[in-house]
Design a protein around this ligand. Structure first.
Ligand SMILES: *Cc1c(COP(=O)(O)O)cnc(C)c1O
Length: 477
């Protein structure tokens, strides 16, 4: 396919601009562009075809099954976008007088209240723009808490090896030393290991629960108590809350800080680089450290708290990605409490259904039952037939489905991690199971052929090393 610049023909164009309705101001020469702006010159027909051609090459939830584990690529109801598009939400400016945006502040306050109820937290900030950003912010809260108590020797964050990869990275970015602990062979936190590493320098503990193996840690109350007794705080990575929403609450499990991925669980389209939202919630004793501004209500009037001495400050401009909060609130209100619970039940049911259907041919890394996702290992196929997790993932592309997450979690060899999500029907799951079976049969009967997959996509196997080491990210004229 040609690039848009290669399709450009000098002199061609389709710009129809309205006449200027503001006074024309002559700019100083030093403010003016010195060279012509190099924009592609095309007719509207050709632009339209160009983008349609590109669109056909992308793959999204609207195209087909997308079981990218840990990413929750579920269907996002269109009503969320309809509501977020309303001019009262989309045509506002962050600096306009707050008396004119009372409804928007109410959205933030209501969303905060509902999400507090869902997580068992007491306060939430919507500033963080993504999950990892929420983790970073939450860890700064933990640091602020210890500093305020003059307990500054607490510089270690304990992270089990089943954590999402962002957890240790965020802890290191927030200035902590990361203590990794190995999981038990069943995939849970090893209590003996945990007891060995806690101490006077423990700032906190970060848990992804359900963890990246899709397992819920049954010892959770004991785990959080061990940390509390040692003087540390507990951080809950709630990016995948669709496993427990409406059923269990991090706040009741002994967690002090939690982040959510509104762009996963609370149904905002993601994966295409669009904005996300990783709100961070905390218990009462940490609220004073939350980033500002925060919305408060008094006698039906909403106001913004801009200054507070103990706040960790701002982690993003203004109020975070507000329209994502609008989508999340729409989602919460359309589903209602029981609906949210039902969504979680289906997320878990769908994952267990697929796991059960596949477990006779694909080896599961843990026997289950699982939560919202499960992990298979292709280790045996690799030994027997030389077929890798990558080969299986590539072969699936020819059947029109997106591959699962590969080679993650790191503690499972040749891992494929599947998250079917709650929005897939039984019929789709059955079809996909058949596809996985076909690919397995092909791996057994003709392993060579799988090394050449995919055969039907516009691009087969890109040279991933070159793409990673020498990416060409801009067009050179
Ligand atoms: C996706 C995810 C994150 C990171 O979220 P981003 O929005 O991509 O920064 C963190 N933890 C878990 C468990 C996740 O699934």
């Amino acid at each position: 396919m040609k690039l848009i610049f290669e399709k450009s023909k000098a002199g061609r164009g389709c710009d129809i601009l309205p006449s200027c309705d503001v006074p024309v101001v002559e700019l100083d020469d030093n403010l003016k562009r010195q060279k012509e702006l190099r924009l592609p010159e095309m007719s509207e027909t050709d632009i339209s075809r160009h983008y349609t051609e590109l669109m056909k090459r992308t793959f999204g939830v609207n195209d087909g099954f997308y079981p990218l584990g840990s990413c929750t690529m579920k269907y996002n109801p269109k009503i969320n976008d309809e509501i977020a598009k309303l001019p009262g939400f989309s045509n506002i400016h962050p600096l306009q007088s707050i008396s004119t945006v009372q409804g928007c502040l109410e959205v933030m306050k209501k969303a905060e209240e509902y999400l507090c109820e869902i997580t068992g937290m007491d306060g939430i900030s919507f500033q963080p723009a993504a999950g990892a950003h929420g983790e970073f912010t939450g860890l700064l809260l933990i640091r602020a808490y210890h500093q305020a108590r003059k307990d500054e020797k607490r510089n270690k964050i304990i992270v089990p090896d089943s954590a999402h990869g962002t957890n240790p990275a965020s802890a290191a970015m927030a200035g902590f030393t990361v203590i990794n602990i190995a999981s038990t062979k069943d995939g849970y936190v090893d209590l003996e290991e945990l007891k060995k590493v806690v101490g006077e320098d423990t700032a906190g503990f970060m848990l992804t629960n359900p963890n990246t193996m899709g397992l819920f840690d049954k010892n959770i109350l004991e785990i959080t108590e061990i940390i509390h007794k040692a003087g540390g705080l507990n951080y809950y990575d709630g990016a995948n809350l669709n496993a427990i929403m409406g059923i269990a609450r991090p706040g009741d499990m002994g967690f002090d800080v939690v982040h959510l991925n509104l762009h996963k669980t609370f149904s905002t389209p993601h994966g295409g680089g669009g904005p996300g939202s990783g709100p961070v919630g905390c218990k009462e004793n940490l609220i004073k450290f939350l980033p500002l501004p925060r919305v408060e209500e008094e006698d039906g009037v909403y106001k913004l708290i801009l200054e507070k001495e103990e706040s960790i400050g701002r982690v993003k401009g203004f109020y975070g990605n507000f329209l994502i909060v609008v989508r999340a609130l729409t989602y919460i209100l359309t589903l209602g409490g029981n609906g949210l619970k039902y969504a979680s039940e289906n997320a878990v049911l769908n994952a267990n259904y697929m796991m059960h259907k596949l477990k006779d041919i694909y080896k599961m890394s843990f026997p289950g039952p699982c939560m919202h996702e499960f992990v298979m290992t292709i280790e045996d196929l690799k030994k027997e037939k030389g077929v890798t997790a990558l080969d299986i993932a590539k072969a699936l592309l020819d059947y029109g489905i997106h591959p699962p997450t590969m080679y993650f979690p790191l503690n499972v060899h040749e891992a494929l991690m599947l998250e079917p999500t709650e929005t897939e029907s039984k019929e789709t799951l059955d079809e996909v199971v058949e596809i996985f079976k076909k690919v397995y049969e092909e791996a057994m009967s003709n392993p060579q052929s799988l090394h050449q997959s995919p055969k039907k996509t516009p691009i087969g196997r890109p040279d991933e090393v070159t793409a990673a080491r020498n990416p060409v990210l801009r067009y050179h004229f």
